[in-house]
Design a protein around this ligand. Structure first.
Ligand code: ADP
Ligand code: MG
Length: 359
């Protein structure tokens, strides 16, 4: 439904989008995720036609739209700041773009009512923006974008002006609406939990470049770079040198230890690498205990260390552990250990990954 093919957009010397390529299938929700300034809005602006790429092509529904003006692209937009007209009711706001397009009045009424029903605001059609909560205003924005049945819906940080609880509720509503009506959507956010919750696939962006595209499970579970791993969740990295990439597990020299981790086909023996492991994939047992939740075995990495700091998170504990090597790792687990406890930290080789160093 949408294809970005090697799209580059420069502002003077700054490369805001650097050979950005992705596709969005019909009915799919793709999220552009990345920190502020990484080029998400720039990509959306190229898609809407507000900006023209310096290089590359953009296709919507098989048609090259790179040179096509915005109003011929049939896109629905939802913005971060709602952008409602204060002097118009909810109905008036949703109706406005249809009026501009000279849709006949009876058809207009039907489409506005249908759109307001979709976002469950049909009871509030006569309210003005100032008489509605932030979440209701944002739903009006969504209804307005849906009312003229765009071929593609674009959402640029649409929830960032809402408080935390409402943001979570709206997440589910947007996802439900998008899935139920099979809407093709591009969603922009800097919030990784929003991206994981909403998206069919996520494109993680860093400094104008798409670092990785995949399902939320792939992005979280199989990050290909330290940037992606870090951005999408808590991460530990141990620096080392690749000794060999076995069939199942690679061996990495970390200090005076050999660590097992899942291999990375892009890296060669002798390379400086990182071993990546999530804090909840590390198990802690007392150093003097003979049993453990995770038995040491051929495929398990084990380090001695002590608990340097511990924070109570309610359903689990958050540990800062100083390994005997001097490295510090974050560990999250239900097990209780006090500060100063001498421990063994263990993680399975297949739960760790070999990664390239930061670029
Ligand atoms: P994001 O939406 O991910 O926060 P943007 O796409 O808005 O990022 O911006 C990407 C980069 O391009 C930033 O460094 C930003 O300052 C720069 N930029 C965006 N728009 C313009 C512009 N009109 N003129 C100059 N620089 C811009
Ligand atoms: Mg932006």
């Amino acid at each position: 439904m949408i294809e970005f093919r090697d799209v580059t957009k420069r502002y003077g010397a700054l490369v805001a989008n650097d050979h950005v390529s992705f596709t969005v299938e019909r009915g799919e929700m793709l999220t552009l995720l990345g920190p502020s300034g990484c080029g998400k809005t720039t990509a959306l602006r190229c898609l809407t036609g507000y900006s023209r790429p310096d290089e590359g092509r953009i296709f919507i529904d098989g048609r090259d739209v790179t040179e096509l003006p915005t109003y011929k692209r049939n896109l629905g937009m939802v913005f971060q700041n709602f952008a409602l007209f204060p002097h118009m009711t909810a109905f008036g706001n949703v109706e406005f773009p249809l009026k501009v397009r000279s849709v006949p009045s009876e058809e207009r009424r039907q489409r506005v009512e249908a759109a307001l029903r979709m976002v469950r605001l049909d009871q509030l059609a006569t309210r003005f923006p100032r008489q509605m909560s932030g979440g209701q205003q944002q739903r009006v924005g969504l209804a307005r974008a849906l009312a003229y049945e765009p071929s593609v819906l674009l959402l640029d940080e649409p929830l960032s002006n809402l408080d935390a609880k409402l943001r979570e509720e709206m997440r589910f509503e947007i996802k439900e609406l998008q899935a139920r009506f099979g809407i093709t959507a591009v969603y922009v956010t800097h919030d990784q939990s929003e991206a994981l919750a909403l998206s069919d696939r996520v494109a993680v962006m860093n400094a104008g470049v798409v670092e990785q595209i995949g399902t939320p499970e792939e992005i979280y579970g199989e990050p290909r770079s330290p940037f992606v791993a870090d951005f999408i969740g808590l991460s530990n990295f141990l620096s080392g040198r690749l000794l060999d990439s076995g069939d199942e597990l690679a061996r990495v020299e970390v200090g005076d230890r050999t660590v097992l981790a899942r291999p990375n086909p892009d890296l060669s023996v002798g390379d400086d690498v990182l071993v990546f492991v999530r804090p909840n994939d590390i198990a802690l047992t007392r150093r003097d205990a003979t049993d453990g939740t995770l038995a040491a075995g051929a495929d398990v990495n084990e380090f001695g260390g002590h608990v340097e700091h511990v924070v109570y998170l309610g359903d689990r504990m958050d540990y800062r552990v100083r390994l005997d090597s001097g490295d510090v790792v974050r560990v999250q687990s239900e097990a209780r250990h006090e500060e100063g406890t001498e421990i063994r930290a263990r993680f399975r080789g297949d739960q760790a990954r070999v990664m390239p160093p930061r670029r």
